[in-house]
Design a protein around this ligand. Structure first.
Ligand code: SF4
Ligand code: SF4
Length: 429
């Protein structure tokens, strides 16, 4: 096709110029969970980049096959870490998702499933209301009886929800001792799904930070960060959420911002880019620059663990923490600092577990396949605890281990450190 024809047929698929950064070397393939699972080129980063380019140049149509290969991408960004050419794959796939949502007609079931996720999950009050029957069911001990009557798709959704509609690793923190007036300030962004299903991770993050000598500031109301919408191709609403967060966080003006959900941290760290053409661009850039992770803050002001915690633990790298923020060593260093703890590494610790935001709700088959692989690697370590830093991974891996009848405990880093800080060794004996 001539250059003139290409220009005439050009479609607004993604950041077209960025597609040319890819030199098609294929070095990213083995870092891509969907390629590892299917061995199909079109389910590899390079294959998807070819696909986006062909769509952008009008050489192929956005049919069911093309949409399928793009939908199957987890957005985990394992390919970005592996790519020697610095391809901004995350940005490319986010653009392509907007294109798919705009121009592709999904089947009814798929459309309803995605609409349900989009209507409920970013809104904590809606999610709480939806979970009320589950809480009652769990209190009456009826979950297993109800579960067997459900179709398999609904069963998989149910398995992802913690018992009683929330995880229960919350610790009662004593009031922090006197904190120096000039100590740094930090906000823990409570997330949308996390504040409902995994609030212990927020409370324990705040407790640990206060114990380490930080002033913890709280947002009056925490709105979704926009990550779910970015993954779902709804960039417009993601920008609205981003604006609300930039305004709320700017008012508090903390020195650092963290989130217990690594996908949220990565999204907030990209607010400068997401709102680059907005009236709040300057404030968004300032907020983005303050994003840190729990481990880096706690390593700067080390905690004193009061007792030994004799146990074997392994660490799973949540995608957005490892590939988005480049944080790998900090959580491991913190775990190694717990007296008595032995840290063992699992194979492919940074290969996605299949959770990936709402991916395990919209693509349950591939999510399950990746959970199986992750489960095999975890079980092979013989550890008693799997520690990670993202609630989505926690639910996904816990469901997999439960299906296997494993007694291993899956815990968020904040919950695990809180356990170690408050005599965890005694509690678990
Ligand atoms: S984001 Fe993850 S699933 Fe998607 S192409 Fe990259 S490595 Fe593969
Ligand atoms: S994305 Fe990077 S690693 Fe993958 S084929 Fe392109 S240039 Fe190579």
């Amino acid at each position: 096709m001539s250059e003139q024809h290409v220009a005439a047929a050009r479609r607004d698929v993604t950041d077209y110029e960025l597609l040319f950064d890819c030199v098609h070397c294929g070095l990213c393939a083995e870092a891509c969970p969907t390629y590892v699972a299917t061995r199909r080129e079109m389910d590899s980063p390079r294959g998807r980049i070819y696909l986006m380019k062909a769509l952008a140049e009008g050489r192929i149509e956005l049919d069911a096959d093309a949409a399928r290969h793009l939908d199957l991408c987890l957005g985990c960004r394992g390919c970005e870490t592996a790519c020697p050419s610095g391809v901004k794959y995350g940005r490319l796939i986010e653009g392509a998702r907007v294109f798919v949502e705009r121009d592709y007609r999904r089947g009814t079931f798929d459309k309803l499933r995605r609409a349900a996720v989009s209507a409920v999950f970013p809104y904590p009050s809606r999610l709480r209301a939806l979970l009320m029957p589950l809480r009652i069911m769990d209190r009456l001990g009826l979950r297993n009886a109800v579960r067997v009557m459900l179709p398999s798709a609904a069963r998989q959704w149910l398995d992802l929800l913690p018992r009683d509609g929330t995880n229960s690793a919350e610790t009662r923190w004593p009031a922090p001792g006197a904190i120096a007036e000039d100590a740094p300030t930090v906000v823990v962004h409570h997330g949308c799904v996390a504040q409902v299903l995994a609030d212990s991770e927020n409370i324990n993050s705040e407790g640990l930070l206060a114990a380490a000598g930080y002033h913890v500031l709280r947002m009056a109301v925490t709105e979704c960060c926009g990550a779910l919408d970015l993954h779902a191709g709804n960039r417009q609403r993601a920008r609205e959420f981003a604006r609300a967060n930039v305004l709320a966080l700017s008012k508090l003006n903390p020195d650092a911002i963290i989130s217990a959900a690594s996908g949220c941290s990565t999204t907030i760290a990209e607010y400068g880019e997401i709102l680059e053409d907005d009236a709040l661009a300057h404030e968004a850039e300032a907020i983005a620059s303050k994003v840190k992770d729990l481990s880096s803050l706690l390593l700067q002001r080390p905690l004193q663990f009061p007792a030994r915690f004799e146990c074997v633990a392994t660490y799973h790298d949540a995608c957005h923490l490892a590939h988005g923020l480049g944080v790998r060593e900090g959580p491991r260093a913190l775990l190694r600092s717990i007296p008595g703890l032995k840290l063992v590494e699992m194979e492919q610790s940074d290969l996605c577990c299949g959770s990936a935001g709402s991916y395990n709700l919209t693509e349950p088959a591939m999510a399950r396949e990746l959970a199986r692989r992750k489960g095999d690697n975890i079980v092979a370590t013989g550890a008693q605890y799997v520690v990670l830093a993202n609630p989505g991974c926690e639910f996904q891996i816990a469901a997999e281990l439960q299906r296997r009848g494993s007694s291993m405990r899956v815990m968020h880093l904040a919950d695990f450190l809180a356990l170690a800080m408050t005599g965890g060794a005694n509690q678990t004996q």
